[in-house]
Design a protein around this ligand. Structure first.
Ligand code: CTP
Length: 399
């Protein structure tokens, strides 16, 4: 079956000798009934002509950001909205550098910066350029932003040198695109539920107890499930983050509300409990605003443990139930205890005493503890990439 049938790919060709391979890429995509629109960078036009691209793609070629004709027909925002996927091939060192710093000084970089789609880069450059520390740093940044990289390969280069830097072969690029769309279709049958952010427990109508959770990691996990085709529900405590679009987004205040919404939205195939649920609620809640007095005693009582309740439930338990462990000390021991006591399949643990990776940071470093007693520690990376890594492991497990 042709899983690429009628897909829309926006191909961005940059100026490198391997741009000629992109013509072949267009030809093969067209043969697979893919709609291909193409953007050529200024230097790409030195390597391939707009005429050859338009003849192969049977579509208009875009290359000028300030073209009245382009903007009236399909502006730079609509171009990325039109596409199901964006592929940059070849992605030169220059373009990689521009993208890593968020530049938008030509049509290609502007479309990418404004894009809401997944982006594949197929780098192609001389081996020294590929190995240069700045290229490595730029790619590291781009991966953390969520770009996916295909290749490059090792081989003889057009410049006469040998090494890593050759653009991936057309077949390899097609294969990766196929896997991408396959995953999306395959995962559509799966339902994911994510809890995220802090809960708050009211003392009186205007005061509450809460914690420092930003919700960022859970939001990224929900986005990653969504982007991989899962039917996704995100149950979030109060955060300062924008709602996640394309998911069933439910906002709650208290642990009790989070519990009720979780139960209402089960069953699911996978549930990730990343919320920092308040362990206690106020027993002597005052329905009127409490007046200032010398002493005030709050009586706290335990909240229900949502994760433990679900993971021990006879029929509501998802096939894959994943908890988080936010620890300031004894990370391994505490995580293993939670894995066992909360009957989880996996525990994702992070050290929240380190401010560079904990609450509110954009980065994270997690260890995953598995039920079968194995574990792994991921490198420090963006929360978005942690989400990708986690969801990739979920996909492998569910399939
Ligand atoms: N959790 C939950 N409901 C609660 C408390 C925790 O669902 N009432 C979930 C969290 O979402 C997380 C896991 O349990 O997935 C562990 O949460 P954490 O705060 O690290 O641990 P606690 O169980 O609260 O234990 P402690 O505070 O003693 O470390």
């Amino acid at each position: 079956m042709n899983n690429l049938f009628n897909k829309k790919i926006l191909l961005i060709i940059c100026g490198g000798i391997s741009a000629y391979k992109s013509l072949e890429l267009i030809r093969v995509l067209k043969k697979r009934n893919v709609q291909v629109k193409t953007i050529l960078t200024k230097s790409a036009k030195e390597f391939v002509t707009p005429l050859s691209v338009t003849s192969l793609s049977q579509e208009k070629v875009y290359y000028d950001i300030f073209s009245v004709e382009n903007e009236s027909e399909m502006d730079h925002i609509s171009l990325s909205r039109w596409a199901d996927l964006i592929v940059v091939a070849p992605a030169t060192a220059n373009t990689i550098s521009k993208l890593s710093s968020g530049m938008s000084n030509d049509l290609a970089s502007t479309v990418i910066l404004a894009s809401n789609k997944d982006i594949y880069l197929a780098p192609a450059m001389n081996v020294r350029m590929w190995e240069h520390a700045s290229t490595k740093e730029n790619l590291f940044k781009l991966k953390n932003y969520g770009y996916k990289i295909i290749g490059p390969e090792i081989g003889d280069m057009a410049c006469g040198e040998f090494g890593k830097g050759k653009m991936a072969e057309v077949n390899e690029i097609i294969k990766q695109i196929e896997i991408y769309f396959n995953n999306k279709t395959k995962n559509q049958k799966f339902k994911a539920l994510v809890t995220a952010g802090p809960t708050l427990e009211y003392i009186d109508p205007v005061r509450f107890i809460t914690n420092k959770s930003s919700g960022k990691q859970g939001y990224e996990i929900a986005k990653s499930f969504r982007d991989n085709g899962f039917d996704t529900t995100l149950i979030s405590g109060q955060t300062n983050l924008d709602p996640v679009t394309g998911v069933n987004f439910i906002k709650v205040n208290t642990a009790e509300e989070m519990f009720n919404e979780t139960i209402n939205n089960l069953p699911a195939d996978v549930a990730v409990f990343s919320a920092a649920v308040a362990d206690y609620k106020v027993k002597n809640y005052n329905s009127k605003k409490i007046k200032k007095k010398e002493n005030l005693n709050l009586i706290l009582e335990k909240n229900i443990d949502i994760l433990a309740h679900v993971s021990k439930h006879n029929y509501l338990r998802p096939k894959l139930t994943i908890g988080f462990a936010a620890e300031t000390n004894d990370l391994v021991e505490n995580s293993l205890t939670k894995l066992e006591e909360k009957n989880c399949d996996w525990i994702v643990a992070n050290d929240v005493s380190d401010t560079s990776i904990g609450f509110n940071s954009d980065n994270n470093q997690v260890s995953i503890f598995y039920k079968n007693k194995t574990n792994e520690t991921l490198d420090k990376m963006s929360k978005s990439l942690v989400a990708t890594e986690l969801v990739n492991r979920v996909i492998t497990k569910l399939n």
